[in-house]
Unconditional design. Structure first.
Lengths: 345, 149
């Protein structure tokens, strides 16, 4: 039985992607890559939860309009967020006439969606699928931690939940957005579903440490099975390990015999100017990897600056109830392998 | 990975960036000290205005609570508390913020199931254990007084 690297039965491409972010993200180094933003993080809604839903709606709408298709041209939609009952996705994507499956993979949801969309599109059941994920700093903060205006002091290992939503449209044809002659197609050649790993981390302010072993496990399994060395990939992108998790992951990979120092980047470290913006260990949340991959990473692949990238969407499966009951925080990491078809740089 | 949970947890804790305790303590001392000085200023001001001392003792905390709640509503308190830590938490300002912030957060969920039910999410522990320890102290005080005559 196949449990490792999963290859779609036919070629699958990222046809379109879109990113929507808030004000803090627009002050970060990737600002010019994002499609839509609202500096006030409100997106015209009167509650933070509705703002998150609106971000998802905008993200998918943007991805669809880039392709010039209708929502009925999409076979299935896989979406998730951090809110209880996946409220962000359930409400935000109501207006689209697309069969829908809700996902929860904590911060790994973007990768989880990509894995499922790739396998479904690649199986031949559907020619085109979409996946969307999001997080909103204020909505997540008040659900998982403290009220937004509460005057607490954050630890240096804590991460900042990204306000953002990323959408991807995955399909069997390598359609390139209209009027874009410079870009190349981006293929998803294979994926790997992560294993849930619990290394006993109980500190909800050190999610990076909780997720690093899961990311290392997925990468190790991938390198072992594919027989490829880490240096042979253009980029190894992790979701939101932040400063702490990235440090640990690089150490763990070194001890596993697969050093990734040369080409590892983390979306949580890419999205903010960590010191300047006072973001402690970096960004986190479903939106973190979703917007970074949907904009910056896909752009790098489209223009051929990076020939192939391994994206490991990391998630800390934290429940405030279990944490209060003394439980630990399991981590997970799903892998997506992107290949650029742009050769002449 | 050949790594036990205990080993990993120890490693993660050891490698984690440490909280700058000394810097935080100094900032807490200075900002907390400033708040107490400010309160003493109000105390002197109210007395200077000819208000009775017993009333002033209630007026000073009320003033601090008002300022803390106002700053919470204006989205300023958390920016100060981020640096102050215990400096804003320990005086009554921290309690005021702990009550006002959930109230602001839950307003959208209605006044009964939102604000009413969740306003003491954080301050509830302070109220419960504050009253409980007050009662225990009262009993001890009563017994000691009985014995000592």
């Amino acid at each position: 039985m196949q449990r490792g690297i999963l290859y779609p039965s036919r070629k699958v491409f990222v046809q379109s992607s879109a990113s929507v972010v808030g004000g803090h993200e627009m002050k970060g180094p990737l600002a010019s890559c994002f499609d839509i933003h609202d500096d006030k993080d409100e997106f015209g809604a009167d509650t933070w939860e509705k703002s998150e839903s609106e971000m998802q709606r905008l993200a998918l709408n943007c991805a669809i309009s880039k392709l010039g298709i209708k929502d009925t041209d999409i076979g299935a939609l896989f979406a998730g967020d951090l809110l209880n009952q996946c409220a962000g996705s359930n409400f935000g994507l109501l207006e689209f006439d697309i069969p829908y499956l809700g996902l929860y993979g904590a911060c790994s949801t973007a990768a989880e969606g990509l894995v499922i969309a790739t396998l479904v599109s690649g199986s031949g059941y559907m020619d085109r699928c979409a996946c969307v994920s999001s997080s909103h700093n204020c909505a997540a903060e008040r659900q998982f931690r403290y009220p937004i205006e509460y005057g607490g002091q954050r630890t240096p290992t804590s991460q900042w939940t990204v306000t953002g939503s990323g959408a991807f449209i995955i399909g069997k044809d390598d359609i390139i957005c209209e009027g874009d002659n410079q870009s190349g197609a981006v293929e998803i050649s294979d994926v790997m579903i992560g294993r849930t790993l619990d290394y006993g981390i109980t500190d909800a302010n050190n999610m990076g440490a909780a997720m690093a072993p899961a990311a290392a496990d997925t990468l190790r399994r991938y390198f072992y099975e594919s027989g490829r060395e880490p240096e042979s990939f253009g980029l190894i992108v992790t979701g939101d390990l932040g400063f702490e998790g990235s440090k640990i992951l690089r150490e763990l990979m070194k001890t596993e015999g697969y050093p990734i120092y040369a080409n590892h980047v983390d979306c949580g470290l890419l999205i903010y100017n960590r010191e300047e913006q006072d973001k402690h260990a970096g960004g986190s949340g479903c939106g973190c990897s979703a917007v970074t991959v949907a904009s910056y990473i896909i752009d790098l692949l489209r223009c051929g600056k990076v020939q192939d990238a391994l994206f490991v969407g990391t998630g800390a499966l934290m429940s405030p109830t279990s944490t209060n009951q003394g439980g630990s925080i399991p981590g997970i990491g799903h892998l997506v392998h992107f290949i650029s078809h742009k050769r002449d740089v | 990975m050949n790594l036990s949970k205990q080993t990993y947890k120890k490693y993660a804790e050891a490698t984690a960036e440490k909280t700058p305790c000394l810097k935080n303590c100094i900032k807490a001392f200075l900002i907390g000290g400033f708040i107490c000085t400010l309160a003493q200023g109000f105390f002197n001001l109210y007395k200077y205005l000819g208000i009775e001392e017993e009333t002033v003792k209630s007026l000073v905390p009320v003033t601090l609570i008002f300022i803390a709640v106002l700053l919470t509503g204006l989205d300023i308190f958390d920016d100060i508390a981020k640096h102050a830590g215990a400096g804003t938490l320990v005086p009554i300002t921290g309690f005021a913020n702990a009550v006002a912030s959930p109230a602001i957060d839950t307003k959208a969920e209605g006044f009964i199931l939102g604000v009413g039910a969740k306003i003491f999410t954080i301050a509830g522990s302070v109220i419960l254990y504050g009253i409980l320890s007050g009662a225990i102290y009262g009993v001890i005080y009563y017994i000691v007084k009985l014995i000592m005559g």
